[in-house]
Structure formats: C-alpha cells, structure tokens
Design a protein around this ligand. Sequence first.
Ligand SMILES: [Zn+2]
Length: 440
Amino acid sequence: MSTTVAGDDADLIIRGGRIRTFDAAGTTASALAVRGGRIVALDADAEALRAPSTVELDGRTVVPGINDAHLHAAWLGARWPHLFFSDTPPEHQPSGALVSTAAERRAALRHAWSLLAELGITSYTEPGIGPGEDDGETGCFGTDMLDAYVALHREGAQTSRVTLLRLFGTIDGESTLADFERGIRSPAPETDARWLSIPGVKIFADGIPPMATAWVCEPYADGSTGHLLTRGDDPLAAFRRMIELAAGDGLQVAVHATGDRSIEEFLRVLEELPAPPRAPHYVVHGDLATHDQIARLRAVGAGFAVQPMIAAHTRSWAGAQLGPERLAAAWPLAEMLSSGVLTTITSDAPIASPDWRLGLDAALDLLGSDDIATRTALLRRMTTDAARQDGAAEWKGSLEPGMVADLTVLDEDPLEPGRAFASIGVARTIVEGRTVFVRD
Ligand SMILES: [Zn+2]
C-alpha cells in the first residue's frame, strides 16, 4: 500500500458501493477515504480527495472489520483444519503436543492470521494464555505462546489486532489462588495496545451443561450440581478473591461461567466493585443466565460473550442433563439483545468454525427471526460491541472519520434479509488501511 506523497490528500479511496458505517445512527456512505491508517472522510468529501490508490467496490458492501471476541487463534492455527464440531471423527482429531518449537508456535499464529484475514476478521480476543499451561498437552496456551505473540507483534507481522487475556490456571480446568496471586504480580509484556492489547485475565469458574459440569442452582437429573473450578482454602472465597485482585489492579476479568450459580457468584462480586474498568468485565458463554442476571449484569456495566454455534451443536446433548424446561430457557440470546446488555457473538474456534458468517446464521436460527433490524443487531455484536468489550470503542468498530480503517468488503449486503450470511463472499480485508486479503 502506498503512502501519501506531496499533492495527495489521502492514501486510499474506497468507492462505488455501499458502506455500512455502523455509526450510532446506522448511516450508509458511498465512499470512504483513508490517511495514515485512519478514516478521514466519507461520501462526497472522500470522493473529492486525491489519493494514489483506489478500491472500486463494483456494487459490493463494506462493513467494519469483523471482531471475534472469543477465538483461540494459536490453537486454531495449530489444529487447522480440524475443529471439534466437525465431520472429523474423534480418532482423527489431533491430540498431544501440536506445537513444540518457537518456529511451530510462530507458524501456528501466522496460519491463524491468514485464515482470519480470508474470513474478513480484523480483530479477535485470544482468551487465556499463561504459565498454568506451560506443561499443557497442546503447547498452545503456555508462556512460550505468549512470547511468540509478543515477538511477532514487535516484528509488525500481525494482520489482525489482538486482545489477549492472561490465564493463571489450566485451560478448561482448575486454578489455585496462590498461582493466580503470583501470576497477577508478574507484569504483562510491554506492547502497542492498538495491535496487541493485554487488558486482563481469564478465570474458569465451571464446565459446560452437556457434561453436567456447569455449576447450577437446581440439580441435574442425576442430583449433582457441578462445582467451582477455583481452588484455595475455600473454592468460593478463592474465586471471589481472584476477581477482586484483578479488578483492584484495573484489569478486565472474563469468567468462563455457563451455569446460573457460577454467573450469580461472579455477579455478586461485580456488584460490590467500584466503577467498571475501561475494558468491561464479562461472562464467557452464559448458557444458563437468567432474566434477573442479564438485567443485573447490564446494571453493573458488564457483558456476555456468547457462541450460537456451540448452542446449535450441543442443544440436544445438553437437554439430557437439563430437562425440557431449562433447555427451553438456555442460551437466552434474544433477551440479551433486547435488554441492552453488552453482548458479543463469538466462535470459540477451534471448538466451532472461525467463520463468523456461520455463527450469525446460527444466531438467526436461535432467534427465529430474519429482518434488517435483527441482522444489524447481530453484526453490531461482532463490530461495535466487540470493540466495547475490548475497551476500544472510541477508535475501532465503526467506519467514521477518526476511526481506524479496519474493514471487510463483502459481495452482498449482509443486512438484506432472506439469504444466509454464509452465502456472502468475502472479497477483501483491510486493516489500518492496508489490504491483508484480496480474493483473486
Ligand atoms: Zn474458549
């Protein structure tokens, strides 16, 4: 991509199609100009500028770059093309160490980044990397992987912006208060937060409903209730202390909580905390969140990161544990959207596909509606709201003058009802004004 030379007003003009800005008013523009990686003008103001480089949309639609606010990119890159929810039978799923050397860790990240660029994803959250996984089975979540991230970041090799949460226990497993306290005292690496932001921590509170490991108020069919995964003299005291310690340091706290009991205990701590941090606290998954909890989470300025594809894949399996009544109330996406609580729609890849279009189709199914308002609401969960979760809404997530030029060019308008998101091709992906993917 060219840089501005004397006589030019911009580096790049994009024109000839429909630009869905996702600003507060939902404005559509016909042209957009970029200078120094930022949007400097829209519509006629943009067309009037001179630039050495132009992208002709030929009637295509531009949306803000997609932000998948919960995606395990290192693991995805190491496992690809194998996803947990896929046609790959268990005996052909990769197992054991997936990456062992620095070169393999770098390759996994680069592989993920090229996949994400092809999909139009310009930002994501890597949810949980740290010392608790230094001896982990896959090699994808330990300190060495954090080092690989930082090294590639400092080399300017990224094509996606990353928000990374540190993890001081094991992935999908236990964490001790002692390890957490030690971890949180060790400073996060120095990075440019525009590209590699490390705003907080991930804590695993419980498991998942299909395995009867979500911590629930009402017992499962077998009489069990699941339990907390945190460890200390008392699991609940340890859990509370971890949240208080992190929040006290101004860190964002993301808690894996699927059961109503674990969400409740997280909320009780949040309700006692002073003002939320710049990057808000949030529940990851929230499968069994209740009406009351959704309203209270909104009241404390916290949010949910949810996965409609996981709901679709595990619904019948979870039903056996939850019974019909609780199953009918599970994955309350409609209520999250109508309540106004901060909600992001995410893939949790490589659990499900990293293709956000499949995730939004699963969300349409879950909601049972397909109109422009619903589609707009869903795309906001992967653009403007995801930027809010990142604590970055003032500089990314919408296409307005002053915002970074992170955008995705689609063959069709994704807001038009009646067609699957998955049928819409990604033509080009631009991050900070630079094309990182263009379809041949
Ligand atoms: Zn996850």
